[in-house]
Ligand binder design. Structure first.
Ligand code: APR
Length: 237
């Protein structure tokens, strides 16, 4: 008898920190090094596409050289072995959940390994550098390709699907996110309204920590595998 039937998991940059990728708001994080209004808004891209392309070329290059850690692998194991439905919603734009073997994933903030042509709307896998002169391989228009990333002020992807899942979930697990950016930061409230059990796994209490019924703090590579082990044991108790 499984204890939970529909699990929704939200991950943030903290789950990839131990793989060597910077988080955004920790000391020395991305937003300490870059001004987000210069590299992560549609206005920035219109104003200085070269700077925005350079920012994402750098991050794309970094992601190519890192590997999933035990926290990513534990979530992939949970999806494979747990006798219930699981949806993994990630705010991360790296592909470490895919590399770890997770399948049912929503990248609500987009993906570093994809680009989108603003002329023909084609979304393509793309791990090379991009610049303002790159031709679209589909419609051949020049300089119309952008990172397939949700910038500040844009609408995140898959919100309807995520909302429906939250309404019918009975377990919500938030991992490695500071709980500062909406709409993701509001998911715990929606899960609570649906009567789901809410769990925070993080290095330290997030902004929304008081909304969680259960919390486990420590590095993701420790607390996530431990929690997955506990879920699997209880599912088959
Ligand atoms: N293990 C677990 N948690 C960790 C670890 C770790 N090794 N290292 C850091 N953390 C936690 C931090 O304590 C923090 O709560 O991960 C969280 C990272 O928070 P942010 O840097 O704000 O990243 P995130 O919550 O994913 O940001 C959300 O903001 O800038 C936008 O689009 C960007 O998707 C991002 C969104």
């Amino acid at each position: 008898m499984t204890k939970f039937n529909r699990i929704i998991i939200l991950t943030g940059a903290g789950i990839s920190a131990e793989s060597g990728l910077d988080t955004f708001r920790d000391k020395g994080g991305i937003w300490e090094k870059y001004d987000l209004t210069q590299v992560a808004t549609p206005e920035a891209f219109a104003r200085d596409p070269d700077m925005v392309h350079e920012f994402y070329n750098l991050r794309r290059g970094m992601v190519k050289n890192v590997h999933p850690n035990p926290a990513h692998k534990a979530l992939a194991r949970l999806e494979q072995e747990y006798p219930g439905e699981i949806l993994l919603v990630t705010q991360n734009v790296d592909d470490l959940h895919e590399k770890a073997g997770s399948k049912n994933i929503c990248h609500m903030h987009g993906e570093l390994g994809k680009v989108r042509c603003q002329a023909c709307r084609e979304v393509m896998m793309w791990w090379d550098d991009l610049d303002r002169h790159t031709d679209c391989p589909v419609c051949e228009k020049k300089g119309r390709i952008r990172p397939h990333i949700v910038w500040f002020g844009e609408i995140p992807f898959d919100l309807n699907k995520i909302g429906q899942y939250l309404e019918n979930s009975d377990l919500f697990i938030s991992i490695g996110t500071s709980g500062t950016v909406y709409p993701a930061a509001g998911f715990v409230q929606a899960a609570m309204d649906a009567g789901a059990h809410t769990v925070e796994l993080n290095r330290e209490p997030s902004d929304g920590y008081s909304l969680f019924e259960e919390t486990h703090y420590g590095p993701a590579t420790q607390v996530v595998p431990q929690y997955v082990e506990k879920l699997l044991k209880e599912a088959y108790a």
